[in-house]
Design a protein around this ligand. Structure first.
Ligand SMILES: [Zn+2]
Length: 97
């Protein structure tokens, strides 16, 4: 069974969690000045790397908190979890060919 390390509760079974998609997506600073193409990219275009990926996760059947995780999409290994608003300690540069 895959265990995910919730930054608030510790390691729990993966069935308690829900993935919320890519992390660290910044909203445009001045939304009124953004055209439709940039809005569409902001809302719908996401990275899909083979390797490390920063994702938002929620401990849905536990504390209910949102947090971020670095997960290797190739091995499904969680490299690191950290609270929302923080940056990962591990560099986000590893990708697989
Ligand atoms: Zn938790």
């Amino acid at each position: 069974m895959l265990l995910i390390d919730c930054p608030f509760c510790g390691k729990r079974p993966e069935v308690e969690f829900h993935c919320g998609g890519e992390a660290h997506i910044a909203r445009p600073a001045d939304p009124a000045q953004v055209d439709d193409a940039i809005w569409a990219e902001h809302l719908f275009v996401r990275k899909n790397p083979r390797g490390l990926h920063a994702e938002r996760w929620r401990h849905l059947h536990g504390c209910g908190q949102w947090f971020n995780a670095l997960r290797d999409t190739y091995t499904d290994r969680f490299v690191e979890t950290y609270k929302a608003g923080e940056q990962p300690k591990h560099p986000l540069t590893e990708t697989r060919a």
